[in-house]
Design a protein around this ligand. Sequence first.
Ligand code: SF4
Length: 373
Amino acid sequence: MPPRHVYVHVPFCARRCTYCDFSIAVRRVVPVNAFADALGRELAVRFPPGEQWEADTLYLGGGTPSRLGGDGVARVLDVLRMRIALPEDAEVTIEANPDDVTPEAARAWRRAGVNRLSIGAQSFDDTVLAWMHRTHDAGAIERAVDCARGSGIANVSLDLIFALPAAVERSWRTDLERALALEPEHLSLYGLTIEPGTPLGRERHRGRLVESPDERYEAEFLEAHAAVTAAGLEHYEISNFGRPGRHSRHNRSYWSGVAYAGLGPSAHEFDGRQRRANASAYTEWLRRLSEGADPVAEREVLTAENCVAETVYLGLRTSDGLTVSEAEAGRARSWIEAGWGTMDSAHRLRLTPLGWLRLDTLAADLTLIRSRY
Ligand code: SF4
């Protein structure tokens, strides 16, 4: 069965944000036609000719898909639709930088079939946005939400980053309040991690920057949980909140272990047993496709141990939790006493926000027990 969920990586960005280690291609002028043509070639090279399939979700991530502009996104969707049917109720998301969301672009995206916009807000503090080297200010986020709604895109998600270094003055409470005042259908909140090779990583290496202490991460995570759930959004995955019926259907596919396709440079794909990743650099992905070759760079077949570890880790990170055996339930009782989880009569174990703060340790613990049986 072809995958019902499709991810397309659009690598173009206006410039690199200080914390970013994604596979991006900085371009002043976005080569829309070259990218769309290459996507068409990737579909032709990798999927048998003539085969058409239907997808439940399509997600254009990046990079900055909104840099394709109104017509560019429509062109990319046209290319994808030549092979992938998107029914009326499919969830079609694009990630957007606030300053790319104009009324004209949003209307063109909506006309092309986009029904969900994930806006990279990150903060509502202009000083913090400048520190992150973002291209937009706080006012642009508010205008972007208005444009999305005005165009008929009724499903809007905002991304925010928390746990900034102590040296950066920022009111997390104010950022949450300003995000919630826009009444988004969905919020994704990510703790800052400083990766080597990024501008922030180099600052840390030179001793000019110290990562946020764990206490700040924990306090802001718990503060967000309290504020966002009080506003009516459900905390349905460690980093994600959504109004009822507005959880990300696409991201759910990653956490539930079903197959998904990945197209574009650096895109990852999973067929239920094997993972693959495309060549990371845009130019290399383009070169291979121009030669008619598959742009794959890595493949990994999951072992039985990998599958156990993934099932446990992915299950525990969502509010669905996972069903545990008698032996596992015995181990989890101490977590429940500590306030890290709950368990119902059917042995469904779910982590609380306090448990999510210990996700890696608890998942490793449970995996060890599960591997023994
Ligand atoms: S816009 Fe997103 S992908 Fe592009 S550099 Fe910034 S964080 Fe990275």
